[in-house]
Design a protein around this ligand. Structure first.
Ligand code: NAI
Ligand code: MG
Length: 361
């Protein structure tokens, strides 16, 4: 039997609560003829920082490098500044493992109500491709004369041809795949920038988008400014198919896409190392969710859908389809739902239900 090695970093806040349910899904899969997983837990995050002064050990990436994949929960602590937690754990993994392609689907499932009126199941069905290693999140900049009247702060954006071309090409390739899977559907790639204001990096992005688009004449394209795109995500989200944007813009857009599709607790994210030299990382889009952590009410389906994306990446499409089908059935049947979807179930109860459905219940 195949057995994959999985590094598990549950992290902070609701991370451990939802990652436990992701593991449950994988155990249910293994118990019913699916691929097996060997789990190794890494207790990194804010508690580790309090003990050691670091979010992860200095050789953290080396420790992870031999694994087939990483399952991640969230990082963030009410008492530790967010830039320390994010730059101490998640961003070094995305950069160090060259996970330049972040894939974030948003789908309005049958059984789920969008906060936007009149949206039916399937009306929202988009995939956001987020550049994941550079752009606005590159740790390039500095502070001079701190605390004085002459204080000067520089935060630079980094756009490389390699990184920009790679994410845009990945978006086009995915659009072709969606066309093949669903030939009747209108398909297009939307690029989102702010090139009217950011006249170096974003103008460069637009140029690369034009060059790559020319290689895909069969794909419809569109370019939007980010403020307009935010508006359109709310007023006509059905208009989007594949969306490609920089690190910051796609981060913001993927939260909008998640909430208009019913809940932050449903949106998965795959951080892919396209060259497969390093492990890829799978996680929910949401963060530590301070307002609900410790209550056992976080929706685990974002993490379980991320597990499905991981199975697909590992070359287990049948197992991925079983997990996706379990998520869809759990939502459509509406028997066991967490509070964000109008139910009264706990995280563990919803995870049990998903596991039961995965096992063929
Ligand atoms: P958040 O994503 O943690 O929460 C936003 C809202 O969505 C909250 O109202 C929360 O209750 C809700 N929500 C999130 N996950 C949910 C789930 N599974 N089920 C039901 N509702 C859910 O974003 P926020 O509040 O901006 O950030 C909190 C902390 O998390 C901060 O420290 C931030 O830096 C960190 N963060 C970490 C991320 C990561 O590790 N990938 C991503 C985003 C934020
Ligand atoms: Mg985010």
């Amino acid at each position: 039997m195949v057995e994959y090695s999985l590094a598990v970093i549950a992290g902070d806040g609701v991370g451990p609560e939802v990652v436990a349910e992701g593991r449950k899904t994988l155990e249910a899969l293994a118990g019913s003829g699916g691929p097996g997983f060997r789990f190794t837990e890494f207790p990194w995050g804010s508690a580790f920082y309090r003990e050691t002064g670091r979010l992860m050990p200095e050789d953290g990436l080396e420790l992870l490098s031999g694994f087939d994949a990483i399952l991640f929960g969230a990082v963030g602590d009410p008492e530790i500044p967010d830039h320390i937690t994010l730059h101490g754990l998640l961003l070094p993994m995305r950069r160090g493992f060259d996970q330049g392609v972040c894939v974030r689907p948003a789908y309005l499932y049958p059984g789920v109500t969008s906060p936007l009126s009149g949206k039916q199941a399937g009306d929202i069905d988009m995939v956001i491709f987020r550049e994941n290693t550079e752009g606005e999140y590159a740790p390039v900049g500095g502070r001079l004369n701190v605390g004085t009247a002459y204080e000067t702060v520089i935060q630079s954006n980094v756009f490389t041809r390699r990184g920009t071309e790679r994410i845009i090409r990945a978006a086009f390739e995915h659009c072709l795949l969606r066309q093949r899977r669903n030939p009747g559907r209108r398909s297009k790639v939307t690029s989102v920038t702010k090139s009217n204001a950011q006249s170096f990096g974003m103008v460069f992005w637009d140029e690369v988008f034009g060059e790559v688009a020319a290689e895909y004449p069969q794909v419809e394209t569109e370019s939007l400014l980010v403020d307009r795109a935010c508006m359109d995500f709310v007023r006509w989200p059905e208009d989007f198919d594949v969306v490609v944007a920089s690190n910051l813009f796609a981060d913001i857009l993927s939260d909008i896409a998640a909430v208009v599709s019913g809940s932050m607790g449903l949106a998965p994210s795959a951080n892919i190392n396209p060259g497969r030299e390093h492990p890829s990382l799978f996680e929910p889009v949401h963060g530590a969710a301070f307002d609900i952590m410790g209550k056992g009410i976080a929706n685990p389906l974002a993490t379980i859908s991320a597990v499905a994306m991981m199975l697909d990446h590992l070359g287990e499409p049948a197992a991925a389809a079983r997990v996706e089908a379990a998520v869809a059935r759990c939502l459509e049947e509406r028997r066991v739902l967490t509070a964000d979807l109008g139910g009264g179930a706990s995280t563990a109860e919803m995870g049990d239900e998903a596991a039961r459905l995965v096992a063929g219940g």
